[in-house]
Design a protein. Structure first.
Ligand code: ZN
Length: 566
């Protein structure tokens, strides 16, 4: 997406069901050529034919998902997503077949020389995470994920005479009026309580099938496979455990201070769980611009940060590649999905008039910007974007780098927004670690009953969120809050990536306070290198510290306290 002239409008892109048969034929031809190729040119040509098929398949899958999420009541795309999910399991297996031949092709060394070894590392990893023995289990896993997502998107919560979806209930959960907050939280907890049996059953099946897949592939448990799936090339679960310890030691005390001050500000006897989202006594700052103007103002903010008008965001919006505002029938959540064939990202989200809106726009905007910057970094689509913790630095850093321009969204409340955002970043770190540790416990003990899992969550809350005081709603008494986190269901072990990315982004923020230009240069370098290197190598290359370095966490804890005057 380098210029807007030749860029298609999103609405003009036509979805066509991808052909698994065609993909299979291409894979067979590629395998044959790779097996015998002594000439790297011949091998490259075969690989690029395969890449073309893969790109076309991925693009249609992405398109089906976006079109489904824009209107979940459209049965056609619900069916197409189901088809794509099933086809993706087959395609994964076929890719694995290509990668295993690539690893042993006679001209492997020449190819490595020419294109770098990242594609080989990925191929090796892929080979170790998928095999034809587990294809049926992968389909089952994906169906369970789909089932969970469908239930969540269809959630209807009755509140104040209105029927709301989960995103639309959000503003009430952080309402300045305590009574409204209490009722909104009760409505939400009632909803989850009514789904308890269903979600327990879905998750139990997920844990079992994932464990089965891992064991079939020769792993002790799903933790090992989960790390492989996340392509953790240069750190392991011991590093992550140490990271969580450091957060517990240096960040949890800050969050306790934040909560104590919050309680003081409100003058409550007890700061209850339903009070937590409401950080400021005068209410959390909301954007002073109307939701209809989000597109334009976002374009201006990105132009200011990156120094070019129109910004990439303006171009995306002008061509229909952004859908920002929540409405009934739209799927929940927010994401940036890359349409490989067009080299254009699509930004999907559910703005609802809260402070969260702006952070989400700049977050997804950061993903989109990085995707555009690295569109040509490798001939292999597999190496365009880095592993997910690095992708989350692209997005989270953008949240911090846009700080100086927040007046455009918040007017005179901009400083309140910055303080709120920083506060939330700090509160998030222990929460994210808790979500991560929970999954380690669950997959380390796959035979826990649903009730035992809830009890584990409760213990973790006491450790990472010692300030939480619940009422007597049965949902909390049992430790059910983890059910609200879709990542636990749909993307196991993803969550810690956000925490790692937060630390790296805070480091960039810290630098931007002293020298904005130099922080921006590092940010651009980070985006430009795409997926050509592993996480820690990328950080080293652009001059950022590893988030596993405890001293860095300690220093940033200090710097953020200074910023918030704690
Ligand atoms: Zn993200």
């Amino acid at each position: 997406m380098t210029e807007s002239k030749g860029m298609p409008d999103f609405g003009k892109i036509v979805y066509e069901r991808p052909s698994v048969e065609q993909f299979k034929e291409c894979v067979q031809a590629t395998r044959l050529k790779l097996m015998s190729a002594r000439d790297p040119e011949v091998a490259s040509a075969a690989l690029f034919d395969f890449e073309k098929e893969l790109i076309s398949f991925d693009t249609m899958v992405a398109l089906a998902n976006i079109l489904h999420d824009l209107d979940t009541s459209d049965q056609f795309y619900t069916d197409e997503v189901a088809f794509c999910d099933e086809a993706s399991a087959t395609v994964s297996e076929l890719c694995s077949a290509v990668y295993s031949v690539l690893l042993s092709t006679p001209c492997a060394e020449e190819l490595k020389e020419k294109y770098g070894d990242m594609i080989f590392r990925k191929a090796q990893n892929y080979k170790e995470t998928v095999s034809n023995e587990v294809v049926d289990d992968l389909v089952e896993e994906s169906n369970l994920e789909m089932e969970y997502a469908q239930i969540q998107s269809e959630a209807e919560i009755e509140f104040d005479g209105k029927t709301l979806n989960l995103s639309m209930l959000m503003p009430y959960l952080e309402s300045l009026d305590r009574d409204t907050r209490i009722r909104a939280h009760k409505a939400l907890d009632d909803y989850y309580m009514s789904k308890k049996e269903t979600f327990d059953e879905i998750y139990d099946k997920m844990v079992k099938v994932r464990t089965k897949i891992a064991q079939k592939l020769g792993y002790k448990n799903f933790i090992e496979l989960g790390y492989k799936r996340m392509e953790r090339f240069d750190y392991n679960c011991e590093d992550v455990a140490k990271f969580r310890e450091a957060i517990l030691k240096y960040i949890v005390p800050i969050t306790q201070k934040i909560r104590a001050l919050q309680k003081e500000r409100f003058g409550y006897d007890q700061l209850m769980f339903y009070d937590l989202p409401c950080i400021f006594k005068s209410g959390n700052p909301v954007p002073t611009v109307k939701m209809e103007d989000y597109r334009k103002v976002s374009g201006d903010v990105f132009a200011a940060v990156l120094g070019a008008k129109p910004s990439f965001f303006d171009v995306l919006s002008d061509h229909g590649f952004t859908d920002l505002i929540s409405r009934k029938g739209k799927s929940t959540g927010g994401y940036c999905m890359y349409l490989e064939e067009y080299a254009i990202p699509f930004i999907f989200m559910n703005a609802n008039g809260t402070a969260d809106d702006v952070a989400t726009i700049v977050h997804e905007g950061g993903h989109a910007y990085a995707a555009i910057k690295s569109a040509e970094v490798s001939p292999f689509v597999e190496c365009l974007s880095p592993t997910l913790e690095t992708c989350e630095i692209h997005s989270t850093s953008m949240e911090f780098l846009t700080y100086p321009y927040m007046e455009k969204f918040y007017g005179e409340n901009a400083q309140a927004y910055r303080e709120l955002h920083m506060t939330q970043a700090l509160l998030f770190l222990p929460y994210g670690c808790m979500v991560d540790e929970y999954q380690h416990i669950v997959y380390d003990n796959p035979d826990l009953t649903p009730d035992e899992r809830h009890a584990e969550w409760k213990k973790l809350e006491e450790k990472y969120q010692p300030y939480i005081i619940y009422d007597d709603h049965p949902f909390h008494a049992m430790g059910g809050a983890w059910m609200k986190k879709d990542h636990i269901f749909t993307t196991p072990f993803y969550y810690i990536d956000y925490c790692l990315a937060h630390i790296c982004s805070l480091e960039l923020w810290d630098e931007s306070q002293i020298d904005y230009k130099s922080a921006l240069i590092k940010y651009n370098q980070l985006c430009e290198c795409g997926g050509t290197e592993t996480f820690l190598k990328i950080l080293e290359g652009v001059g950022l510290a590893s988030p596993f370095d405890v001293d860095t966490i300690k220093r940033l804890a200090f710097r953020t306290c200074e910023f918030l005057e704690l």
